[in-house]
Design a protein around this ligand. Sequence first.
Ligand SMILES: [Fe+2]
Length: 179
Amino acid sequence: MAKTPKTEKTPPKAGDVPQIDIGLSAADRRKVADGLSHFLADSYTLYLKTHNFHWNITGPMFNSLHVMFEGQYTEAWTALDAVAERIRALGYRAPGSYAEFAKLTSIEDAGADEGDRVEGTDWREMVRQLVLGNEAVCRTARKVLKTADNAGDDPTVDLMTQRLNIHEKNAWMLRSLLA
Ligand SMILES: [Fe+2]
């Protein structure tokens, strides 16, 4: 019986960078990382809008909303880091510029015109926009969660579950102000 020749493997050299092999295919890692990039852009845009409204709110609701918005943007700011670092752990580059975020986000930025419209007019308009923003973040999180679940990427499923919990709660609390 003929012996099957052993396949020669080139032994790794000291200093070689090993290929990523965490048990997920490169295609699945790419799909999840793409989804997370959209999620990061949505989260960043909502973070900035919430901070903007914290600065620019006026009127009788100033104190309570100024404080409420601060709680939300502070929590969101910390979470951005975990999302970006998850993209890196999957082997891809995290978007990190205003141009990239503007291209990737599904949330409309509080532009100069919108800012003018909102400023000094109605706190309800700010709250309404933050309800919509938090709900948009939830919809994106649900999409990414599904993609990650199909890929067997539990850490991303876990991260998206945590973000859904926070943004659904934010949306509820903000919506309650308008009732
Ligand atoms: Fe402040």
